[in-house]
Structures are given as C-alpha cells and as structure tokens.
Design a protein around this ligand. Structure first.
Ligand code: CTP
Length: 403
C-alpha cells in the first residue's frame, strides 16, 4: 500500500508539451490508491484533453471559473478545490505558470487555486534548457521553495525543441516515487521499527484441540496500520486471526502458541525502537500435549496446565532503549491493577481497557481506553473506533519520545 492511498491529489496542468504525459500521471496516482482531481490552465487543453483526464480521474476537470458552455453555469470554486486537496501537484509547471505562482498573479483557475490551497504543493518544471537555466526561472524556483513548495527537478534529455539538456518534466512514475518518498521522509516514525503482537494464542491439547480465546486481533492490526502510515517499519507477530493487511512496511509473522510468539518477539525485539504487546496471550497451556486425539472415556477430564512465559515481562527485563507498551484487560480495581502491571513489567506505557465498559474489548470495532504513563499519569479517552484508539496511542508515544 502506498502512502498516497486514500489521499486527495489535485493535479494542476499548465501548457507545456509534457502535458501529454499527465494521462499517465493520473493513472499512476490512481494506481497508488489516491483520489485525483484535475485543474488545467486554458492553454494546456491544446496538449491534452479534459475528456481524457476526467475519464481517467473519474472526476470533472476544471479550467475556467465558470463552465461557459453550460447554460446552468456554476462557479468553479477554487477555494473548495484547494481545501479538498491533501497535495497539490503542478505538472507540467511551465516558466509562465511558475513565475505567476511566485508573484501572486491570479489570472486563471489554476493560479487562484494555488493561492488558496493550504496543502503541500509540489511542482515539476518543464521547459526548454535555456529557459530552465534563465535567472528568472531560477528566481521563481527559489521563491517557490521559500514558500515551502517542493520542486521535483526536471531531468536531462532530448527536449521538444530538439535540443538536449535539462528541462524535461520528470517521468510520471518518478513524480509519484518522489512524492511518496518526500511524504515518508516527513513522517514522525520514519527510520523506526515497531514490534507489535496481536490476536490470541492457541495452546494445543491434542492434535485437533486447543485452548484459545476470543481475541479478534483488530486492535493489533490497527496499531500496525497506524505505525506504517506514520512511516515505521512494522513487525506484526500475530496469533491466528481473520485479519489481513497488505502494506509494504508491514511484515506479518504468523504464530500459533505463546511459546512461538515469545520466540518471535525475542528475535525481533533488539532491532525494535517501539514494542506494543496487544496480543491476548494464553496465561496457561496444557503441561503435556497428547500425541493422539484424546478419546472420550470418563465422565470428566482433568487437564494439567502450566504457566506460559510472560512475553511482555520478559521484554521489560531486557529492554534498553525500546519504548515498551503493554495492554491490561481488567474487570475490577482496573487502575490499581494496570499501574501494578506497568511497574512490575517495566513498561513505558500501559493501555487499560476495562471489560466493564460497553463497546470495549475483544470482538468489537470500538475500544475505550485509559493510557497510563511511567509517571502514572492517566489519560481517559472516550469510546472510539480501534483505528482512532491506535492513533491516540501513537500520538502519546511520539509525544513522549520527543519530549
Ligand atoms: N502478555 C504477554 N505474555 C503473556 C501474558 C500477557 O506478553 N504470557 C501481555 C499482553 O499482551 C498484555 C499484557 O501482557 O500486553 C497484559 O496481559 P494481561 O493478561 O491483562 O495481564 P497478565 O499479566 O497476564 O495478568 P492477569 O491475567 O493476571 O491479569
């Protein structure tokens, strides 16, 4: 999954021959999972048709303040377009459009949108080599950079004029790669590795039976997705669940038993910066696993159970710089029990969820948590989706790490 997935990209096209490549660019953004809208300068329609772009983007394309051909002409709201966008990408950006952007000229819809957009702006210049080198263009580039706009440099090669030099708009795939990398570089967990345990564990009784629990794994998977969306490399060690995830920053390590989860967690812990243990690990396992299916003979059956290893506590004992987060699922004296676990297991943060709270717990899509930090400060959150809870947890971690 790309960091552009689900993002709103406004593509601004100005009148250069490279505009013909924007059809491919729209496709590449859509392939990355983004929503795309297009705003064009009127002159750019000589190079690529709005019909092509609206078909590919599945959105109307705007180039004027009103739709002139339409008797019911509507005002094309540049402010709304600018606010809709998470990213405004101007490609190709001609010398003329760049100069106008740099100087606040506002004589077409693209420029009006640029001036009202609050989002991150990228521009990919395209012009002939001498225009690219001209002090006036260089002044536009640096002025736009000083505004916080990001330049996707032109590449060298054969130009429309037949001359060879720098001025070719970056290729559509390279524009997408550039923007993805730039977004990742700005993410708060870039270069961090996050270890997450999720789901239940199954403890075998015999070849066909096990002791398990109702954990759905949802919370752990949401934590993994949030960590990845913040730029982290994620090792997601999960017991058996129906959850799935497909993200290039997430490596899923499937395990079954508490012992397997213990081993996988220890294998990856040293290379982790943050570890969040949200799995519902079985506390006990059968002391002996029957090699054959147990036959029903007597009217009762007694299984002898022994403790599993406490993964969280064992990581707390060996942790060096890792930020260690545990979960506590409690039914009574919740705060007291959670604080005790925080200390006993040497944690930096504990996420308390009480089974007494409606909508909190194993199978639901929601959770109601209290976060307790090392200083035993409590933050009580209202009932939220597990996605929002994951965001709250990471906000707290990031704030604490950077404090
Ligand atoms: N945990 C773990 N390994 C275990 C048991 C628990 O890593 N063998 C972790 C869980 O992932 C969770 C935290 O420990 O982050 C708390 O688990 P919980 O079952 O609530 O607490 P326990 O320490 O097992 O204590 P108790 O069951 O007595 O409340």
């Amino acid at each position: 999954m790309s960091v552009l997935s689900g993002k709103n990209i406004l593509l601004g096209i100005s009148a250069g021959i490279a505009a013909y490549k924007t059809a491919t660019l729209v496709r590449a953004f859509i392939k990355a999972g983004a929503n795309v809208k297009v705003v064009m300068t009127p002159a750019s329609k000589d190079f690529v048709t709005p019909l092509t772009l609206s078909t590919l983007s599945k959105n109307p394309v705007h180039s004027t303040f009103t739709n002139d051909d339409d008797d019911n002409a509507m005002w094309n709201n540049h402010v709304e377009l600018g606010l809709w966008a998470d990213y405004f990408v101007i490609a190709p950006a001609t010398a003329n459009t760049l100069s106008k952007m740099a100087n606040g000229t506002c004589d077409n819809l693209l420029l009006a949108t640029y001036l009202s957009a609050k989002c991150k702006v990228y521009f990919a210049p395209a012009m002939d080599l001498d225009m690219y080198k001209h002090p006036s263009s260089i002044a536009s580039f640096s002025k736009l950079k000083s505004f916080g706009n990001i330049m996707i440099p032109a590449t060298s090669g054969e130009l429309a004029s037949g001359l060879i030099g720098q001025g070719r708009m970056a290729e559509p795939e390279d524009i997408v790669d550039f923007i993805e990398q730039d977004i990742i570089d700005g993410l708060p967990l870039k270069d961090k590795t996050v270890l997450i345990t999720a789901g239940p564990t199954y403890e075998a009784i015999d070849p066909v039976r096990f002791i398990g629990n109702h954990s759905s794994g949802k919370m752990g998977f949401e934590l993994a997705k949030t960590a990845a969306s913040l730029g982290a490399t994620v090792i997601l060690i999960t017991g058996p669940t129906h959850q799935t995830v497909n993200h290039n920053l997430i490596t899923v390590v499937p395990v079954t038993s508490a012992q397997e989860m213990y081993e996988a967690a220890h294998l990856h812990f040293n290379n982790s910066d943050i570890a969040i243990l949200s799995a519902a690990v079985a506390d006990y396992k059968p002391k002996n696993i029957a090699t054959q299916k147990i036959k029903k003979k007597e009217s009762t059956l007694t299984l002898e159970l022994e403790k599993t290893k406490d993964i969280l506590a064992s990581l707390g004992q060996i942790k060096t710089n890792q930020f260690l987060v545990g979960f506590a699922l409690e039914t009574n004296n919740e705060l007291e029990h959670a604080k005790l676990k925080l200390k006993k297991k040497n944690l930096d943060l504990i996420v308390l969820n009480s089974l007494n709270d409606k909508g909190a717990g194993f199978k639901s899509d929601t959770n109601k948590v209290t976060l307790i930090n090392k200083e035993e400060q409590e933050t009580v959150y209202k009932l939220k989706s597990k996605t929002e809870v994951a965001a709250d947890i990471f906000n707290t971690i990031i704030k604490t790490i950077h404090a």
